[in-house]
Design a protein around this ligand. Structure first.
Ligand code: SF4
Length: 292
C-alpha cells in the first residue's frame, strides 16, 4: 500500500475507533465510578452509560449521536516523507469516515449557517502539529462533542489573585456548566501563556491518560485537590446528582507574562473519545489506544 493511502486509511480507522470504542483508561474510570457511586440515581446513569458503551462496541456504531467536531493532534518526525500531503489526506479521511462510519455532519459555516455535510470546512478538521526528530507520524483523532465544548471557559486573572483564585475559577466553571457537558467529565485546566495558549493547554490536558500521574508533584497535588472539590459539588452523572461529577482533572501550564495570568477550563464528556496510532517509516502501523 502506498504511504499516502496508508495515512488516509489509518486516519479513517482512528476516527472509527474513537467513535465506537472508548480507550481502556476511560472505561476503567467509568467502571470504578459505577462501583463507588453511592446514590441510586447516579448509579442508574453510570450503568446506562456503561451499557451504551458496550452496545456501541458490539454493534460497531458510534457511542453518541453527536460524533463531534474533528480535531487531529499530530507528532511528526521531520524526516517523515509526505509531510506536505498530510493535511489534505486527513480531510479526505474525514469525508470518507463521515459516509462510512457514519459520522453526524457537524461542520457549519458560521455566517451562512450552511452545513458542509462532510465534516470538512475552513480550519476543520482542526490540525495541531508538533514536529520532532525522526521519521514517524503519530496521529491522534480527537472528536469533540458540542455539549462539553459549550462549557469551556477562559479568565484573564490578575497576577496577584494567585492559585486560590485559579482553583475557585475552575470550580465556578464546573458549577456553571452543571449537566451541560454530560458528566462525569474530564476537566482540562490550562494555566499561563497567553489566552490562546491557556485554552490550547487545557484541550491538550484532555488527551492525557487518566491513570497517569502528573510528573510534577505540585501540579499533581492541585489535580487531586480539584478532583475532590469538583466531586463534592454533587452535580453527579448526567447532572442528576451524585458522587461522580468528574473522572479526572488534568492540569497543563506555561510560563506567563508578568502582568497576566490566563486560566482556561476545557471539558470532556463521559464520551471521552480519542484514538492514537503511529506510522513508522518502514510502513509498520502501531495502534496505541486501540490495539488490534
Ligand atoms: S457532550 Fe458528549 S456525551 Fe453529551 S451529547 Fe455531546 S458528545 Fe454526546
Amino acid at each position: 500500500m502506498r504511504i499516502d493511502t496508508k495515512i488516509e486509511e489509518v486516519a479513517v480507522n482512528l476516527l472509527r475507533q474513537s467513535a465506537v470504542k472508548l480507550p481502556e483508561d476511560v472505561k476503567k474510570a467509568l467502571k470504578n465510578a459505577y462501583k463507588n457511586e453511592r446514590t441510586h440515581i447516579g448509579k442508574i446513569q453510570l450503568k446506562t452509560i456503561l451499557k451504551n458503551i458496550e452496545i456501541a462496541e458490539k454493534t460497531n456504531t458510534p457511542m453518541c449521536q453527536d460524533t463531534g467536531l474533528i480535531f487531529f493532534y499530530l507528532e511528526a518526525g521531520s524526516q517523515f516523507k509526505n509531510l506536505e500531503k498530510i493535511e489534505r489526506l486527513l480531510c479526505k479521511a474525514v469525508q470518507r469516515a463521515t459516509k462510512e462510519i457514519p459520522l453526524r455532519p457537524n461542520t457549519v459555516d458560521p455566517f451562512m449557517d450552511k452545513n458542509t455535510e462532510d465534516n470538512v470546512g475552513k480550519l476543520i478538521p482542526y490540525i495541531h502539529w508538533k514536529i520532532t526528530e525522526g521519521d514517524f507520524l503519530k496521529i491522534t483523532a480527537f472528536p469533540k462533542g458540542g455539549g462539553s465544548e459549550n462549557a469551556c471557559a477562559l479568565k484573564m486573572m490578575r497576577p496577584g489573585d494567585g492559585l486560590k483564585a485559579v482553583k475557585q475559577f475552575v470550580v465556578e466553571s464546573v458549577i456553571k456548566a452543571g449537566g451541560m457537558p454530560c458528566p462525569p467529565t474530564i476537566i482540562g485546566v490550562g494555566i499561563g501563556g497567553g489566552s490562546n495558549i491557556a485554552m490550547e493547554l487545557a484541550k491538550q490536558a484532555l488527551l492525557k491518560p487518566l491513570d497517569e500521574l502528573n510528573p510534577n508533584v505540585e501540579v499533581s497535588k492541585i489535580e487531586r485537590e480539584l478532583y475532590e472539590i469538583v466531586n463534592k459539588t454533587r452535580i453527579g452523572p448526567m447532572g442528576l446528582g451524585g458522587d461522580t461529577t468528574t473522572l479526572a482533572v488534568k492540569v497543563e501550564y506555561a510560563y506567563r507574562h508578568v502582568a497576566s495570568y490566563p486560566v482556561a477550563v476545557a471539558f470532556q464528556c463521559w464520551a471521552a473519545r480519542r484514538a492514537t496510532a503511529i506510522i513508522h517509516a518502514d510502513g509498520k502501523i502501531e495502534y496505541i489506544t486501540h490495539p488490534t
